[in-house]
Design a protein around this ligand. Structure first.
Ligand SMILES: C[S@@+](CC[C@H](N)C(=O)[O-])C[C@H]1O[C@@H](n2cnc3c(N)ncnc32)[C@H](O)[C@@H]1O
Length: 372
């Protein structure tokens, strides 16, 4: 597995021709970096493309990789991607896309990357999920207007289901690896920033039936969809700024997927205190944030990188996904790992940091301190 405990220190200086040179001092620490994806196959109903982008380090050849599901391993097609190569040049590896057509069948198919020679799963916490017909039928899909509020652009049904299911599988695996506890060992779980239940619908099926799953959001439009379509989810409308009315020490797991990515520095700080209040002592917070790789992949503007370098965070970019009126609050935020840890450390111990894990975002796993 590729493990980078510290984010790469980056140098950002004008290169020849006045263009910024986004070079990171990072090397590819493991030997494979994969971002899985499943998308519709254009013009082919009931077919999807399984794949995603991949960077392999020096010493490994792309042909050594296969896509593996429970039943079978298949060799994907490899497609060079010059844009990716330019963005991820700092990783100093071979950059390409993996691509494999796959039929949608009755049941879900989960893919991971496998080393063709050793049979080992590489990037063991990453999954690509081809939803089964049952996934489409079990719970309705939210409309595009609601998906757009959580994804920025309107997700396609396949992407929405793949992303939500893969996130739940990943959380289960990372929690087990980091805390020794799987989702089915948590009894009271909060989805902070539940949106239209993209992940909650798959987390619920991994909890024991007696466990309680609560979804909280500031966006009542999407909460309304959750109330109507996810009857087993308790919903809470949160204010933009804490405190909330929820009882203290009432959760043993809080997960917030792509929520910090929308908050300013001061708003984040206020919510860290609130999340700590809501968690039981020893409880776990599982949070994602846009780290340096995300900044390079998505930000691409020197002002973002300058701000991260100067302040540890870039939180000025306005995000209209919840409407223009919300852009004073709702941002596109990027930050360096030490910036997050400095803010959480009074209330939490940092158990793990997994860069480039949830899409391009980093995953942070924290434990609520028993005092403080
Ligand atoms: C990018 S979306 C992600 C939604 C969901 N976690 C997912 O992965 O599909 C961010 C969500 O966080 C919500 N949000 C933003 N700030 C929040 C806050 N302070 N408390 C609760 N939810 C918040 C937004 O309304 C939105 O639904």
């Amino acid at each position: 597995m590729r493990e980078v405990s510290e984010p790469p220190a980056f140098t950002h200086s004008p290169g020849a021709g006045g263009e910024p040179d986004y070079s990171l001092s990072a090397q590819l620490a493991g030997d494979v970096l994969w971002r899985p994806a499943v998308t519709e196959y254009p013009g082919q109903p009931d077919q999807v493309i399984v794949g995603g982008y991949c960077v392999v380090g020096p010493g490994r050849h792309r042909e050594t990789l296969q896509l593996a599901s429970d039943g079978a391993s298949v060799s994907p097609n490899f497609i060079d991607n010059e844009r990716l190569k330019a963005i991820l040049a700092f990783l100093q590896g071979d950059c390409f896309h993996l691509h494999k057509p796959w039929p949608i069948s009755g049941s879900r198919v989960v893919f991971q990357l496998r080393d063709r020679e050793t049979g080992d799963i590489v990037e063991p916490f990453k999954f690509a999920v081809v939803p089964g017909k049952a996934d489409f039928d079990r719970i309705p899909l939210p409309g595009k207007d609601r998906m757009r509020r959580v994804a920025g652009t309107a997700d396609t049904p396949v992407k929405f289901l793949d992303g939500g299911c893969a996130a739940a599988l990943q959380m289960d695996a990372l929690l087990q690896a980091t805390t020794g506890r799987r989702l089915n060992q948590f009894k009271s779980v909060l989805d902070w920033g539940v949106g239209c239940g993209r992940v909650a619908r798959f987390v619920k099926e991994r909890l024991v039936p007696s466990a309680r799953l609560t979804g909280a959001d500031i966006d009542d439009f999407n909460l309304e969809w959750c109330r109507e379509n996810l009857p087993e989810l308790r919903t809470l409308l949160f204010p933009l700024m804490p405190p909330t009315k929820a009882r203290g020490s009432s959760f043993d797991l809080v997960y917030g997927l792509s929520v910090l990515t929308h908050l300013t520095e001061s708003v984040q700080r206020a919510w860290f205190v609130e999340l700590a209040r809501l968690l039981k002592p020893g409880g776990i917070a599982y949070l994602t944030f846009n780290g340096l790789i995300a900044a390079l992949y998505q930000g691409r503007s020197s002002s973002v990188l300058d701000s991260i370098q100067a302040r540890g965070i870039s939180d000025e970019m306005r995000d209209p996904a919840l409407g223009e009126a919300m852009t004073g609050y709702y941002r596109v935020t990027f930050q360096a790992y030490p910036h997050v840890t400095a803010a959480v450390e009074p209330m939490f111990s940092v158990l793990a940091h997994y860069p480039h894990m949830f899409g391009v975002q980093d995953v942070l796993i924290l434990e609520r301190r028993r005092t403080g």
